[in-house]
Write a protein that binds this ligand. Sequence first.
Ligand code: TRP
Length: 451
Amino acid sequence: MEKREGFSSKFGILAAAVGSAIGLGNIWRFPYVVGKYGGGAFLIVYLGIVAAIGLPLMLSEFVIGREGKQDAIGSFKKLDSKRPFFVSGVLGVLAAFFILSFYGVVAGWTLEYVFASITNKFAGQSSEQIGNMFGSFIADPYRPIMWQIVFMGITGLIVSTGVQKGIEKVAKIMVPLLLVLIIILDIKALSLPNSMEGLKFLFQPDFSVIDGRVVLGALGHAFFSLSLGMGIMITYGSYISDKENLGSTALQISLADTFIALLAGIAIFPAVFAYGVDPSDGAGLVFITLPNVFNQMPGGYIFSIMFFALLALAALTSTISLLEVVVAYLVDSLKMARKRASILAFTGITLVGFFASLSNGPLAHLDFFGNNFFDFLDETTANYFLTTAALISVIFVGWFMDKGRIKGQLSNEGKFSIGYESIYFAIIKYVAPIGIVLVFLYQLGVFGFME
Ligand code: TRP
């Protein structure tokens, strides 16, 4: 049997898990869902969910992984051979597969934007022209697919070489640099005319917009952004050394992830209002607003290249983790060689991704429950797959996993005391599962009579 690799340092795991969490979810998807679901009220619901459900769930995934020492499905099977909790892992592998199929498309867009920045394509263009450039690029039958293949190919190469060599190095440089660059963008964005409008949209809640759809959107995005409900943190947890404190690791990752998303929102919404973009414009929000900001910035040419290159890197550390879920499953559960597994996963995911990309153009007429295929994949995977897999995981940890083993994991077998123990168990047993079920019911309109 292949020996399981571990991470070489505390910083290594943190870098890889943070690298997984921070990605297009923070910078591309977060602003676009905030816009889609109406702004500040969504943000408050989102933050509440991250703290009350996201963080404890991340910790639970680490516990399952470090105790099971396998990929998601294997860990569930090992910890409970009688009950079918591994279906959570199956859902997770499927979710990773389908998320990566559209995520790889968006990741490809970032490469196009690096290229467009280098060749100075946005210079002198009006806000409307920049919007049109985005629209015609994603509708093109070939170009986005070409970039998607490039991006997925790089991801596949890294994953096929094994865990620690690939991920740690990239993430260590990427996260700090990204942070600095977004803060510079924030400063610029806040100096734009109308920037207060953007901040109001992001931070001033209008609770009348909240309904089941909005809450489900927040729940789905919280899992998406924290990389939960898919077995990724289970897989990473299986690589975490027994000396690390799982609780503080989960806390640090959740804070970093949320912080980056907020900073991205502070850069983007002022620009949305300054350039007359519609906040609910959807998947193009970042790609349409930021080139305008760069156009007006001293040194914008360089910043634009750097920003999209970093966005591509942030996406890469996430695509690595997504592909790793699928590959780890093929390697651990089906005993496939890592290279073969990587090639197989790459091929399947990229092919489905072609259809996601084409659905922004030539196949736009195909209707999937009122969406094109791209938006359908995006919404369904986050709002239904991740949430359901998460629900199964919390029920497992809260009600079926041996409590002594959980405590052993949280305290490194009693090496230190866990101050948050009672609140953690209350959340995992009651708050999180009941919360998720209520959100489902709410979304289905079961509470419609209250409105
Ligand atoms: N969290 C990543 C992001 O924000 C995307 C991602 C990577 C992900 N791995 C995941 C989402 C696992 C859900 C589950 O871009």
